[in-house]
Design a protein around this ligand. Structure first.
Ligand code: C2E
Ligand code: MG
Ligand code: MG
Length: 654
């Protein structure tokens, strides 16, 4: 019913019907006024005619009365009055003849003859009274009496006829007016019903318009897939929350959440699974946040939670940690178990973020920091803001630093597990900044990765490492070197040729250079990556997967990529002793690597117990502060010489 009422055609028909109904009512009012006017004009005309007949009747009577009086007294005055009255009804008869209508003018003409005869008789009678012919007078008087009686009779007949006609007309008018009243009543009732109907239709229509407006407002401010707020509503809510703050009072916190490995879920399991995952994430975030918080999806796998009225940045961090705990964990999606995890960037108003725009930007910066540092959650730190103005200048300076050779390489030994024999060195870049001193790679590699500087930087590192390898060789030390290579280098088609060129230039033998790649470098474009790897491997370069286990969980690339070595990330190494699950995880990785014919390097060995543990697990190579921290080349050479080992340096084997 409601649906039917919402139809535009129904609303239009109701309005058209109402218009017709109102027009009918107006027409009827006009018609009734006109017919009433006509009826009263016709009755008035009839009354005028009747009036004339009444006057005729009266005048005949008066004439006759005057005759009787005159015959009684025979006075000169009586004669004069009678003579003066003779023919007094002529005027009325003429009027009736002219205006009385067909019937009355015919009647008037007929009466006129009798009346003329009567007047003639009266005049003769008056004349006869002057003589002394009594018989003639009596004869004439009798004649006059007869005529007067006939005239009176005719006049009164006409009066009665007219009165009857007036009655008829009045009745007719009454009937007309009754019919009009009935029609007006029916139409007015119909109109009333139509007005009621139109009101209902308009109300339903208005309500549905309001609902549609509310729906489109909802669509404009909410995410269609997950139902949480969208970017527009979030921005609006941030501005409102900031406007509500008072100096010295509670502030506003913003959490920016980016899912880990979402792209992989989408690519391998399809968009439907991706959508389900995003919906589950929205549910978890909403469940973990407070009732007053605004949960929003900014697009892709990026979410945000706005916390208003929070006392401090620490409180925001605390809530953020709670939300991260609520977010992370396995999820059942259509029979598959997926592990949800994410990185959260935290920003706080009024300090250090001073506006809504800064809050968003700072949370974004912090989120990338959390992603890079694998910390899960990270508070915005102005000093480490990679997107800040300072960082932009830093990139400019870095470009010059690469050109001017300001980058230095420190080397960290890789030793054989158990014997501790030096098996190689990993080249780790540092930047000797003219004013800021020696900067670690975490301060500039991430921003170089987001710019076009990775190519020149890696080439500079590679060249320096191979040159150093050559210098050590000349000094009698054969130390295979490992160089870290970013994703952008691997996707550069000229990179394998460049590596080969540098190896030729510095006389690097096969097996002396290892390239360490992160999992993301392989997963971003696996086809191109595999081609580049095969190319380099053909030229004697060894290939290693760095930070294994921290990137993508899909391990299908291990089957297809030509690899030699797998480096277990420091994060797992520390967990071997600190958590009960650390050991089985590392054991499983080691078994997997060995099954695939890969040599295992364990990073971050800081104590003897861990070293003993990885020896038990069958890992081949270890790296960590237990043996040596990264050292400048000369110090490294000195360390290598003094490093008491019985095992001679060996090139790594495949
Ligand atoms: P990575 O390749 O995993 O290098 C190992 C990092 O772990 C080094 O940090 C090293 O100093 C540190 N480390 C080694 N043993 C221990 C230990 O026992 N305990 C602890 N806590 N840390 C240890 P570093 O030099 O700060 O380098 C950090 C990351 O920066 C590297 O991780 C690598 O991903 C990147 N990086 C360094 N140099 C280069 C480079 O030339 N090119 C590229 N693309 N990335 C580089
Ligand atoms: Mg490395
Ligand atoms: Mg590593």
């Amino acid at each position: 019913m409601r649906h039917w009422l919402q139809r535009r055609a129904v609303a239009r028909s109701a309005i058209v019907a109402l218009t017709i109904g109102l027009a009918l009512l107006a027409g009827l009012a006009f018609f009734s006024a006109r017919s009433a006017a006509e009826a009263s004009a016709s009755v008035a005309a009839r009354q005028q005619v009747s009036q004339q007949w009444n006057e005729i009747y009266l005048k005949i009577n008066i004439e006759y009365e005057l005759l009787v009086d005159f015959l009684d007294q025979q006075s000169a005055q009586g004669r004069a009055v009678l003579t003066g009255s003779i023919g007094s009804a002529e005027e009325n008869l003429r009027w009736l003849n002219a205006h009385g209508g067909r019937e009355d003018s015919a009647q008037a003409r007929a009466l006129q003859n009798t009346y003329s005869g009567y007047s003639y008789t009266l005049r003769n009678l008056v004349d006869a009274t002057r003589g002394d012919d009594e018989v003639l007078v009596v004869q004439q008087a009798r004649q006059a009496a007869l005529s007067a009686a006939s005239l009176r009779k005719q006049a009164s007949l006409n009066i009665a006829r007219n009165n009857l006609e007036i009655g008829d007309r009045l009745r007719e008018a009454q009937q007309n007016s009754d019919q009009i009243k009935l029609a007006v009543g029916v139409i007015a009732l119909t109109d009333l019903a139509l007005v009621g109907f139109c009101t209902v239709v308009l109300l339903v229509y208005q309500r549905s318009t309001e609902r549609q407006a509310a729906e489109s407002r909802y669509r404009a401010t909410h995410d269609g897939l997950t139902g949480v707020a969208n970017r527009n509503l979030l921005t609006e809510s941030i501005e409102k929350a900031i406007a509500r703050t008072i100096p010295g009072g509670p502030g506003v916190g913003l959490l920016l959440i980016d899912l880990n490995r979402f792209k992989e879920v989408n690519d391998t399991l399809g968009h439907h699974a991706g959508d389900l995952l995003l919906q589950e994430v929205a549910r978890r975030l909403t469940g973990a946040s407070r009732g007053t918080d605004v949960v929003a999806r900014l697009g892709g796998d990026e979410f945000a939670v706005l916390l208003s009225a929070v006392q401090s940045a620490d409180e925001v961090m605390e809530i953020g940690r709670r939300i991260l705990t609520g977010l992370c964990g396995p999820a059942e999606l259509e029979g598959l178990t997926l592990d949800i995890s994410g990185s959260i960037g935290v920003a706080y108003y009024p300090e250090p973020s001073t506006s809504a725009a800064e809050l968003l930007q700072h949370a974004d910066v912090a989120m990338y920091a959390a992603k890079r540092g694998h910390s899960g959650i990270s508070m915005y730190d102005p000093e480490a803001d990679l997107n800040s103005f300072e960082q932009l200048t830093l990139l400019g300076e870095l470009r010059r630093a690469i050109e001017n050779g300001e980058l230095e390489l420190h080397y960290q030994p890789k030793v054989r597990v158990g014997t501790r024999a030096l098996s190689g060195a990993e080249a780790l870049v540092r930047w000797l900044h003219p004013t800021r001193g020696l900067l670690g790679p975490h301060l500039f590699i991430p921003s170089a990765e987001q710019s076009d500087l990775m190519r020149p930087l890696t080439e500079a590192v590679l060249e320096e490492a191979l040159a150093q390898h050559q210098r050590w060789r000349h000094d009698g030390l054969l130390i295979p070197v490992s160089v870290n290579v970013g994703a952008s280098n691997l996707l550069d088609p000229a990179f394998p040729d460049r590596v080969a060129e540098l190896m030729d230039r510095y006389g690097t033998a096969a097996g002396q250079l290892t390239i360490e790649l992160t999992e993301s470098a392989l997963v971003d474009d696996p086809v191109r990556a595999a081609a580049a790897l095969r190319d380099m491997r053909d030229r004697g370069v060894l290939l290693s997967i760095d930070d294994f286990g921290t990137g993508y969980s899909s391990m299908s690339y291990l089957q297809v990529m030509p690899l030699d070595e797998l480096k277990i990330d420091r994060q797992f190494t520390t967990e071997i002793l600190s958590t009960s699950r650390g050991r089985p995880i590392v054991t499983a990785i080691v078994d997997l690597a060995h099954a695939l014919g890969l040599q295992v390097v364990v990073e971050g060995i800081e104590d003897e117990r861990t070293h003993a543990m990885i020896a038990e697990m069958g890992c081949e190579i270890a790296q960590g502060y237990l043996f040596c921290r990264p050292l400048p080349p000369d110090d490294f050479a000195a360390w290598a010489v003094s490093w008491s080992t019985t095992e001679p340096l060996q090139p790594a084997t495949r």
